[in-house]
Design a protein around this ligand. Structure first.
Ligand code: NZQ
Ligand code: ZN
Length: 392
């Protein structure tokens, strides 16, 4: 087991009606003025925004609102939020939504406390020292941003999607009522489930050894999400299935399934981020579209690990070799994605990649040839290009 640090300071308030406590939770933070940040309208239509505002009113907490966050959240709205927070002396941000809203809130939080351009953090030029504290009311189980240290923002100038991780951006609290996710379109539920699984799979595929406990937690988490994702395809109002998936979403990305793994691979996330930046695809769907091609490209780095995954997670019968077993596991995972109506190729998302686009994706993903991605194999720009080509 590799050395590790595990830090999850976010208070979780989970269950039916949990959002009613939003005002009280913010009051406990001792703040003066709140920005309520939300997306493109689902929380308005569902009445959730009104309920949150009523909860703040009950606690006599002054607030302003800023909606309009889109999936693959944009830097321009982050700038707008920073200006607004400064003008209005906001000292707490409440994100009501999914990963995109939470990530936008984190970016605004960093930006308010920083004299320079907040993009400096996402482009790797600077590290954030502090942030306006944020809280979350979660409406979709997917990104895990409610308990993660990450934020992913898309810069419209060049359509670069970049992540930044810092403990100072972690949410003070996360309110999670599984009922709030029942209004999700089927595609978003499925895409979210893929993302949750991938956050553990990215960590599971690593070159470390001897991780009995972490592997066991990871394998069970993925199987739990698979089982309940299938239930949700036909029973979107099944509370227990929603609850299992929601809790898995947080545990999958709060570091638990990475303890002792040395960090994990993360190449698929890097491959997907470029697709999201250039083509605005749903994040989980983009991950499903590239995973099989990535897995086949790197399987020979550690066939034993892929075989373990195939048997313990996908329930595959061992074949004549680890590699053959691993390949059966990859096929089984693709079969599962199809059952969720998720893509297994980029063309399944209606995108016909041209030669130039594959080169551009590879350029961006490798930071113009300056970095490699992944740990199972350290993928260069040329490797990345071949994976996009295989996945197209
Ligand atoms: O904007 P609204 O109208 O709210 O609609 C959203 C959006 O269209 C809708 N939605 C959310 N909750 C709903 C709902 N519709 C009906 N009922 C509800 N209860 O769902 C759509 C997707 O929302 P979004 O927030 O984009 O989803 P998700 O949570 O998957 O977040 C995706 C973003 O998170 C980033 C992704 O790259 C992507 O930009 N990630 C962030 C991570 C992190 N911060 O730790 C890690 C992830 O790996 C990921 O990269
Ligand atoms: Zn993800």
């Amino acid at each position: 087991m590799e050395n590790f640090q595990y830090y999850t300071p976010t208070k979780v308030v989970f269950g039916k009606g949990a959002e009613e406590q939003a005002g009280e939770l913010i009051r406990q933070q001792g703040c003066g003025r709140v920005l309520v940040h939300y997306g493109s309208g689902s929380v308005v239509r569902s009445g959730l925004l009104d309920r949150i505002c009523a909860s703040l009113d009950r606690e006599k907490i002054p607030y302003i609102t800023l909606g309009g966050v889109v999936p693959n959240p944009r830097l321009s709205l982050v700038y707008e939020g920073i200006d607004l927070c400064r003008r209005e002396n906001v000292d707490f941000i409440l994100a009501v939504g999914g990963g995109s809203v939470i990530d936008s809130a984190k970016a605004i939080g960093y930006g308010v406390k920083y004299d320079g351009d907040v993009w400096d953090f996402y482009s790797g030029k600077q590290k954030a020292k502090e942030s306006v504290p944020i809280g979350v009311v979660l409406t979709i189980s997917a990104a895990g941003s409610e308990m993660s240290d990450s934020s992913v923002i898309t810069n419209e100038d060049g359509w670069l999607k970049r992540g930044y991780s810092s403990d100072c951006g972690r949410a003070r609290f996360a309110v999670m009522n599984p009922e709030l996710t029942m209004t999700l379109p089927k595609y978003q539920t499925a895409s979210g489930c893929v993302d949750i699984m991938m956050h553990t799979m990215e960590r599971y595929f690593n070159l470390s050894e001897n991780m009995e406990l972490t592997d066991g937690i990871s394998e069970h988490l993925i199987r739990t999400v698979m089982k309940n994702a299938k239930i949700l395809m036909t029973e979107p109002d099944n509370y227990d299935a929603r609850a299992e998936v929601m809790w898995a979403g947080s545990l999958s990305h709060n570091g638990l399934t990475g303890c002792g793994t040395g960090g994990g691979d993360w190449a698929c996330h890097q491959l997907e981020h470029e697709l999201g930046g250039m083509f605005d695809v749903a994040h989980g769907a983009g991950l499903a579209a590239v995973w099989g091609s990535w897995a086949r490209y790197v399987i020979d780095a550690d066939p034993e690990r892929f075989a373990k995954f195939a048997v313990n997670v996908m329930g595959v019968e061992p074949a004549e070799s680890d590699e053959a077993t691993g390949l059966k596991g990859i096929e089984a995972m693709e079969e599962f994605y199809r059952a969720l109506e998720m893509p297994v190729k980029i063309s399944d998302m209606g995108i016909q990649l041209t030669e130039e686009q594959m080169e551009e994706l590879a350029e961006k993903c490798s930071h113009f040839g300056k970095r490699t991605v992944g740990c199972m194999k350290k993928l260069t720009k040329d490797d990345v290009y071949l994976i996009y080509k295989e996945a197209r």
